[in-house]
Ligand binder design. Structure first.
Ligand code: IPE
Ligand code: IPE
Ligand code: MG
Length: 254
């Protein structure tokens, strides 16, 4: 689609958005970098670099529209199974990307968080990520949470271990207690809208606990081609739904 028509489409969609019903936490499974690269006759690594370039636009757009939390699935625990060259290129990309974007995020008042299993992260990458997290802590706009070495089941296993180490008894275990022991528990709320790009219709171990009642949106667009128009389509779809949380429609509308 020509650029001008895309801008017009964006304006049209913006007019449909209810500014009072913006999902507070959007989680995105950024999928399709490999297929995009294949389509372009490039290596998978080029696909990941192109994917990383999309992040800035989506963060800026979500911040402008009033989203409070954006969590991005960048590397799953299962992704360690990929060829070691791809894994190391991805790990390098995470630290170089965030170092490069740090000042831009700061200028836009964005906070930054890491969510995942810290212990098995490459120490140098973890050090860089921690440094940026600390330097953007004071910001009050959107919180960008990058999920690296993240697995929803691993998160629940790690929470359970902490609960046992802290000496809780079976009768103390509540949903609230488990929530309080998840990664980033003091920052990250439940997911309102989970988006997956590239046409795959699964959640691949992302935010298992926090997404128990999230609305799901599957976009056919590959992540390196996902833009604010596609994000708007997801938000508008979310706003057309009725979140019932187990109740009846009549109860929700009361
Ligand atoms: C998502 O793109 C990025 C990561 C999982 C790191 P993929 O690399 O999974 O892309 P496809 O699924 O092969 O197209
Ligand atoms: C999920 O994508 C993980 C990320 C986007 C980081 P994958 O491409 O690894 O998921 P599966 O294995 O196809 O489900
Ligand atoms: Mg994939």
């Amino acid at each position: 689609m020509p650029e001008q028509n895309r801008d017009e489409l964006k304006k049209e969609l913006m007019a449909q958005v209810d500014k009072n019903n913006i999902p507070a936490h959007i989680a995105i499974i950024m999928d399709g970098n490999g297929r995009w690269a294949k389509k372009m006759g490039q290596s998978r690594i080029v696909g990941h670099h192109e994917g990383a370039r999309r992040v800035k636009n989506i963060v800026r757009f979500c911040n402008d529209i009033g989203v409070k939390h954006l969590s991005l699935y960048a590397f799953s625990i299962e992704n360690w199974l990929r060829p070691s060259m791809e894994v190391s290129a991805l790990m390098r990309l995470f630290s170089t990307y965030i170092i490069k974007e740090r000042d831009g995020l700061d200028a836009e008042n964005v906070r930054f968080e890491f969510c995942g299993r810290r212990e098995t992260m490459p120490p140098k990458v973890m050090e860089e990520l921690d440094r940026i997290v600390n330097s953007l802590k004071k910001n009050t706009g959107l919180t960008l949470t990058v999920c690296i070495n993240y697995g929803g089941r691993a998160e629940i296993v790690d929470a359970t271990k902490k609960i046992i180490q802290e000496g809780y008894k079976p009768e103390d275990i509540t949903e609230e207690l488990i929530s309080q022991h998840l990664y980033c528990s003091d920052i990250l709320p439940d997911v309102d809208l989970m988006v997956r790009t590239s046409g795959e219709m699964r959640t691949s171990n992302f935010h298992i606990w926090r997404a128990a009642y999230s609305e799901l949106y599957f976009s056919p667009v590959l992540w390196p081609e996902f833009d604010s128009v596609e994000m708007l389509k997801a938000i508008i779809s979310y706003q057309k739904r009725e979140r019932r949380f187990g109740m009846t429609s009549e109860q929700v509308q009361e």
